[in-house]
Design a protein. Structure first.
Length: 327
């Protein structure tokens, strides 16, 4: 299908067909990454800007590498030393970047809805790299890609999501996406970190961690977001690890070949024991690789190269062998 979105603001705005199209394109992008020739001309002449109002390493670097692998020109804007520090509004910042010729603006912001506001005021495509406690769509897409790569489908899979559900934009985006793709998300965490009425999103709340993990196809841990917590919502890290951490004992309740996932960075010995993080079923590092592939696919699709008259590439990118797409 031809991708017609101007922006990627949340999984809620994507249909199951659009998600499938993104994941299909990411499959080819991953082949490019693994080919050893990580350079294409797909986005030659395209300006991609990263605008991060929150600290990030893996997400920002993942986007920058994705853009560079696609041949785009990339600029990372240091918000702390930019005009934002002088009081410039988000809208004015966006309009300035737009006037400079930005084609894609990737934004992470501590306020929910900031990417949506920006998208309304710029011609450039906007990608939400995480907004407040709302969504993190590209993380959910790479998670779904990782699961689909192993199981070939998401339909009918039990996906246990364990940890700080309340503050997690990763959990929200994953729940929305997994349900759209036919999976069954089951959540568990401290009662103080469980959003009210989360069942209305379609997720099942497990009574215990063992119930959440039992016969799960995928077990996904979440980072404790201490920076977002203004109250003591759990006693201590050791208590959290004891009652809510993932370890070889409770993880043995999952299916034998279940995937162990985490969006990172992981607090070793708290959310997951080292035996789980480094275990044979862990795909945490693979999630990082897949994140670059998914973001390459999104940049390609948003930049409008599909079907462009001056491109030697076709809309049906996923059918092209690696040697044809690598320049």
């Amino acid at each position: 299908m031809k991708f017609s979105k101007k922006d990627i603001l949340g999984i809620a705005e994507l249909s199951a067909e659009e998600i499938t199209s993104i994941l299909d394109s990411a499959s080819v992008m991953k082949r490019i990454i693994l080919s050893g020739q990580k350079k294409t001309n797909y986005l030659r002449g395209t300006a991609v800007l990263t605008l991060f109002y929150e600290n990030s390493t893996r997400t920002r670097v993942s986007f920058e590498l994705a853009a560079k692998y696609m041949g785009a020109d990339t600029v990372n804007i240091n918000v702390s030393s930019s005009s934002v520090a002088k009081g410039e509004t988000l809208i004015d910042t966006g309009k300035t970047l737009d006037a400079m010729g930005a084609d894609v603006i990737i934004i992470r912001h501590n306020m929910s809805g900031a990417p949506h506001l920006l998208a309304k005021h710029v011609r450039a495509s906007v990608i939400n790299a995480g907004d407040g406690m709302h969504e993190h769509p590209t993380q959910a897409l790479l998670d779904m890609y990782t699961i689909r790569e192993y199981y070939k489908t998401l339909e009918g899979l039990k996906v246990a999501i364990i940890g700080d559900i309340y503050h997690s934009r990763v959990a929200r985006s994953n729940i929305i996406g997994l349900i759209k793709m036919g999976a069954k998300p089951v959540v568990y965490g401290p009662s103080t970190l469980m959003p009210p009425e989360i069942e209305k999103m379609g997720a099942e709340i497990a009574p215990t961690i063992n119930d959440a993990i039992y016969r799960a196809d995928v077990v996904m841990g979440l980072r404790m977001q201490l920076e977002r917590q203004k109250n003591a919502l759990f006693p201590s890290k050791s208590e959290y690890a004891r009652f809510f951490g993932m370890n070889p004992v409770n993880m043995s309740l999952a299916k034998k070949h279940a995937l162990w996932m985490h969006p990172g960075p992981v607090n070793r010995g708290v959310e997951m024991s080292s035996g789980i993080i480094d275990g044979a079923n862990s795909v945490i590092n693979e999630q990082v690789t897949n994140g670059v592939a998914v973001r390459m696919a999104l940049l390609y699709m948003l930049a409008g190269k599909q079907g462009s008259k001056d491109s030697k590439y076709t809309d049906n990118l996923v059918t092209l062998p690696v040697q044809e797409v690598v320049v």
